[in-house]
Design a protein around this ligand. Structure first.
Ligand code: PMP
Length: 319
């Protein structure tokens, strides 16, 4: 990893851990675009693509573990739902997209890693009108993942609430995993400038929605809670998996509207996301959660999640 500081970057942000790095070196990846594979240098889309000009498109972040792609069907399902919501007709069937994702892993000899599946609206005019874009670009990148350090999982994470409000569902509905992630990016910048990795976003009514790239769970008096999808939480695939794993521990999960007060008085708290997996949270807005260490139920969920990733998923190798 190239750790050179970008020139001219404000030192106040750098001091708070907000350190941009130089352009990462090329990794020799083969990138899928519309049925063909290109080297990283040659994997390009038009500057007139509305994915670039307007963030008009949808995406998925997917993980591969032990030679299998975890929850691939669920991710492609969600991609189709996101695309439908923005009236973007995917140029491939569900089955073909699954196969293209697996083939991209094979071409990159990827058995463990991170897959980014992107569908842009395609090349259009400089105007906003998506009807002028006729060729959605299907892009699949299979590479390594930059994980949080292991100590963070051992000790737990400290997070803060930020002022950036989660998109209202009548604006860009947060359920749509669209290429327009500025709402989350603004919240992430707030977290980073305050010296934190992750932030809680509240919705327009002030209820807890989710974090910038993760869903949130809390345990109180032996009951598990997570904000409802209507709060502005993404239909997280890991959220769904965590609800199932928690149920296997004999704990049902309720989905009430939640306030920051509820989080502060939780016995345990954790975040869920494809990239981050299950992250224990030990402090929220400087309030210590439970005894300030990852709780016993959280630890069980972490373990069960890791076990599941070992045995489930679409096999990458052809049979
Ligand atoms: N919320 C947001 C805003 C996200 O971007 C993500 C994905 N990183 C999640 C929640 C977690 O979703 P999943 O478990 O499907 O990765």
């Amino acid at each position: 990893m190239d750790t050179r500081r970008a020139r001219g970057f404000p030192s106040v942000l750098a001091k708070r851990g907000w350190v941009p790095v130089g352009f990462p070196p090329l990794l020799g990846m083969k990138v899928y675009i519309n049925g063909k594979f290109y080297s990283e240098q040659n994997a390009k889309v038009s500057v007139f693509d509305h994915g670039l000009l307007y963030g008009d498109g949808v995406f998925e972040g997917i993980r591969a573990y032990y030679g299998r792609v975890f929850k691939l069907k669920e991710h492609i399902d969600r991609l189709f739902h996101s695309a439908k919501a923005i009236m973007l007709k995917l140029p491939m069937t569900h089955a073909k997209l699954m196969e293209a994702t697996l083939e991209t892993c094979r071409r990159n000899k990827l058995t463990d890693g991170y897959i980014r599946l992107v569908v842009t609206r395609g090349r259009g005019t400089l105007g906003l009108n998506p009807n002028r874009c006729s060729n959605p670009q299907v892009i699949i990148i299979a590479g390594k993942i930059q994980l949080y350090p292991p100590s963070l999982y051992r000790k737990g994470m400290e997070i803060v609430t930020v002022a950036t409000t989660r998109n209202h569902h009548n604006a860009v509905n947060p359920a749509i995993k669209s290429l327009n992630y500025l709402n989350n990016i603004l919240a992430k910048i707030e977290a980073n400038t305050a010296g934190y990795e992750e932030a809680i976003m509240l919705n327009a009514e002030g209820y807890v929605a989710e974090c910038t790239g993760d869903n949130i769970f809390m345990l109180k008096d032996g009951q598990m809670f997570t904000p409802p999808l209507s709060s502005g939480a993404l239909h997280g695939i890991t959220r769904g998996t965590a609800i199932d794993l928690v149920a296997e521990l004999g704990l049902p999960t309720s989905e009430p509207n939640m306030t920051r007060y509820d989080l502060y008085s939780a016995d345990e708290c954790f975040l869920t996301g494809t990239g981050a997996e299950i992250v224990p949270v030990v402090k929220i807005d400087q309030r210590v959660i439970g005894n300030g260490k990852p709780g016993p139920v959280t630890k069980k969920v972490v373990k069960a999640y890791h076990e599941l990733t070992k045995v489930s998923g679409e096999r990458i190798a052809k049979r």
